[in-house]
Design a protein around this ligand. Structure first.
Ligand code: A3P
Length: 345
């Protein structure tokens, strides 16, 4: 009899214990999913020490929650109205440079609760057909955001396309412009690597980098090669300066964004007049990827796609030396104009 009672008690304790553990697990999962799916508190405007609007940290969760759902097109008109969501023209644009780390910069800035990224490259200002569709078309391409947030888009082709500065100026002459640069020769090789991969995917053959970068007749750097031309940063910037003062640009060090992203992001936060909200918690080094990845919250983190961080082909050292010598005077000019010096050779 006693044995039977003890067995019954053990059974009851087991059921109660299982229930308690189950409930606990449910709660943990629920809090996580609520963070992703529902705004728990409204984003109310508060003012920080520098007079800017302070965004509650909680808003970070909205980024992966409601806004994310809306971006996927799951929102009803009623929800959009209820949450006072709008599609805003960008207050800042990452205009380039291709292969400088533009995607990483955009994704990392999007960690900030007051920033909402346009996921796709919109190519509004550099593509005549898109530009002809008008500014409303462009605005409609923007993600939903709260009125106090800022929208950022990136289209690296803007930096090198002749017509773009004037077109952006016409939209907003006080817009903030971000340019992320890398050591010019490395950038050119990265640019080549991307094209090479595209050719290989289509089973096509392609020239070696050395053949494209050096003119076979003169043995000098081939300035007709686009990957070389794009890396002459100062030439492109000078065109932009006909429309915008240098104070409207911020130069991001793309090489440093790879190895030490936080200080670079903090400088951008300052430039955009945003309260400092991106922290080391949001960035963790992933040894398998060999790059920093993004942590939005306890539940959601991500690394950039595998197409970012390709292995570059080996390039003849004499060609590298020649290219670096070629870029040197342009780099000096770039440092002088921007006021930011890099340790490029
Ligand atoms: P590589 O593929 O040459 O390594 P963009 O987005 O403008 O095309 O730039 C791509 C470059 O972003 C990559 O060039 C990579 O080095 C760099 N990058 C910077 N931070 C990165 C990150 N956290 N994850 C992946 N790539 C990153």
């Amino acid at each position: 009899m006693l044995f039977k009672q003890q067995a019954l008690l053990r059974q009851k304790l087991f059921v109660l214990g299982s229930l308690a553990i189950g409930s606990l697990l449910y709660l943990v999962a629920r809090v996580g999913s609520l963070d992703r799916l529902q705004p728990l508190c409204p984003i109310d405007g508060r003012f920080g020490p520098h007079g800017q609007e302070e965004i509650p940290l909680r808003a970070l969760q909205f980024k992966r929650g409601l806004l994310h759902e809306f971006r996927k097109g799951n929102a009803t008109k009623e929800q959009i109205r209820l949450h006072n969501l709008v599609q805003q023209l960008p207050k800042a644009i990452i205009i380039g440079v291709r292969k400088g780390g533009t995607r990483a910069l955009l994704e990392m800035l999007n960690l900030h609760p007051a920033v909402v990224k346009a996921s796709q490259e919109i190519h509004f200002f550099d593509n005549d057909e898109n530009y002809a569709k008008g500014i409303e078309w462009y605005r409609k391409k923007m993600p939903f955001s709260y009125p106090h947030q800022i929208t950022i888009e990136k289209s690296p082709a803007y930096f090198i396309t002749e017509e773009v500065p004037e077109r952006i100026y016409k939209m907003n002459s006080s817009i903030k412009l971000l340019i992320i640069v890398r050591e010019p020769t490395t950038r050119a090789i990265s640019d080549y690597t991307q094209v090479l991969e595209g050719k290989e995917r289509k089973n096509k053959t392609y020239y070696k980098f050395e053949k494209l970068a050096i003119d076979a007749n003169t043995c000098e750097v081939n300035t007709k090669y686009k990957a070389v031309r794009t890396s002459i940063y100062t030439k492109h910037l000078e065109r932009w300066l006909k429309y915008f003062p240098i104070e409207q640009f911020h130069i991001v060090d793309g090489d440093r964004l790879i190895t030490e992203p936080l200080p670079e992001l903090q400088m951008v936060e300052k430039f955009l007049n945003l309260p400092p909200r991106i922290s080391q918690y949001n960035l963790y080094f992933n040894a398998t990827r060999g790059f920093y990845c993004l942590r939005f919250n306890i539940v959601f983190n991500k690394c950039l796609a595998g197409s970012k961080g390709r292995i570059h082909p080996e390039v003849d050292t004499s060609v590298i030396t020649k290219l670096r010598k070629f870029f040197h005077p342009f780099n000096q000019k770039f440092y002088q104009i921007t006021g930011r010096t890099f340790n490029w050779p």
